[in-house]
Design a protein around this ligand. Structure first.
Ligand code: AMP
Length: 283
């Protein structure tokens, strides 16, 4: 495979995508923060199944990090990321600087309601404003036909769908299944923060979630099941559980038994915060 072309300006990104679209090619976008792993690469593969050209953005977006969060230590490894994108067959990597995305005087924020409320927002109040603003910018800059987002960040996927619907952004959103290691641990750039002993604990998150989703679908009381899951996470070695919650799959409104559902969780292992989610099977 050829190495992807790398551009770091909005003008160069726009010019390339416009050329492709004028030539009648279908263009996909995969927004990422880099430190690419097999989960990200699966999104590129899905994109290339349905598109002629794939743009991957690599941008650690400061506006979605709170001052106390890991912006400075977030892994950055561009050369390795570009190798992985070449292997996967991506055509263009957009690697803007913070100044290119947020020039001096930048003063706009997009705030999505609906699926943004609760869950992550209870613990990271401005997170989805940062995500919605950068995703809207990327879509307006690149103007792709569609974009692929992972179910790993399930609430984010719902928020991005809502954003596109509400603002009539002409970008179709494709959701992609979570890629996991052999133990079921969802791949995440933040797994790089974990030592071996912590990884053993992290691998129990999906096990506990799947068990709890199964219990919910066979009639266990919701409050009891989610409380038990939180206790099981603490017993397994997690330091703190932000939430374990059952929600409706599309709106993220409270879950109604016998309807499609999603069980979502966020928990801390030492100083690393992990999130995961699983489907609640219908009974
Ligand atoms: P990030 O670089 O963490 O912002 O993630 C970029 C995109 O990759 C998002 O759409 C994520 O949901 C997706 N992603 C991250 N981890 C995984 C995974 N394990 N499986 C599938 N998609 C993922």
């Amino acid at each position: 495979m050829n190495a992807p072309t790398v551009v770091d300006s909005v003008a160069a990104l726009r010019a390339q995508v416009q050329d492709w679209r004028r030539a009648g090619l279908r263009v996909a976008m995969v927004p990422t923060m880099g430190a690419l792993h097999d989960g990200h690469i699966s999104l590129v593969r899905i994109a290339l199944e349905q598109a002629d050209r794939c743009v991957v953005s690599i941008f650690v977006n400061p506006t979605q990090f709170a001052p106390t969060e890991d912006l400075d230590k977030y892994p950055r490894q561009l050369a390795r990321d570009l190798d992985r994108l070449r292997e996967a067959g991506a055509h263009l990597a957009f690697t803007p600087s913070v100044g290119e995305m947020y020039p001096a005087g930048f003063a706009t924020k997009i705030s999505v309601g609906g699926p943004s409320s609760g869950l992550e927002t209870d613990f990271r109040p401005s997170f989805f404003d940062g995500v919605a603003t950068v995703v809207a910018k990327l879509f307006l800059q690149a103007a792709p036909d569609f974009a692929v987002f992972g179910e790993k960040d399930y609430q984010q996927l719902c928020v991005v769908r809502q954003l596109c619907r509400d603002l009539d952004l002409p970008v179709e959103i494709v959701g992609a299944p979570t890629v996991r290691d052999a133990h079921g641990l969802a791949m995440s750039s933040r797994n790089a923060y974990l030592g071996e002993a912590e990884l053993d604990v992290a691998r129990l998150l999906n096990v506990i979630l799947r068990r709890t989703a199964g219990a919910l679908s066979t009639g266990t009381d919701e409050a009891a099941a989610t409380e038990d899951a939180a206790k099981a996470l603490i017993s397994a070695g997690f330091r703190k559980v932000d939430y374990v919650a059952a929600r409706a799959s599309v709106t993220l409104a409270p879950w109604q038994r016998n309807r499609g559902g999603r069980l979502l969780a966020a928990a801390w292992l030492g100083t690393t915060r992990l999130i995961d989610n699983v489907e609640i099977p219908s009974a």
